[in-house]
Design a protein around this ligand. Sequence first.
Ligand SMILES: [Ca+2]
Length: 124
Amino acid sequence: MIPKWFHARRQTLTPQRNLFCKVTFKSHYDKDGVKLVFDRVDLEPPRISGDYSTCEDKIVVYDGPSQSDRMLATLCGNRVVTIESTGNKLLLVFSSDGDNSDRHLGYTVTFSRIDSKHYVNVFR
Ligand SMILES: [Ca+2]
């Protein structure tokens, strides 16, 4: 069955100094999942090229509602990814340091619900 995507919305955040923003994405139905598609990321590149553990302004996504859940991705520079939750929640944490002299634009993420398969027999 092809998954259906509902309620796709878009959020754009421009980095300012010393930000620490947490956004929790939760599907309306507990059995559904959450999908994040990063369309555009323009943040300071990692200190060591290709090593995203050295990002200073960064997006970190967790597979659940808290920072103790499994980390799914760390993004900075121009890295774009698509992320799917295993449960019904994802946590996005955006943090920046005290320097925004490079004037990066931020990021755009589209979030949507991953329809669980519990309707599959109804519409067959
Ligand atoms: Ca910075």
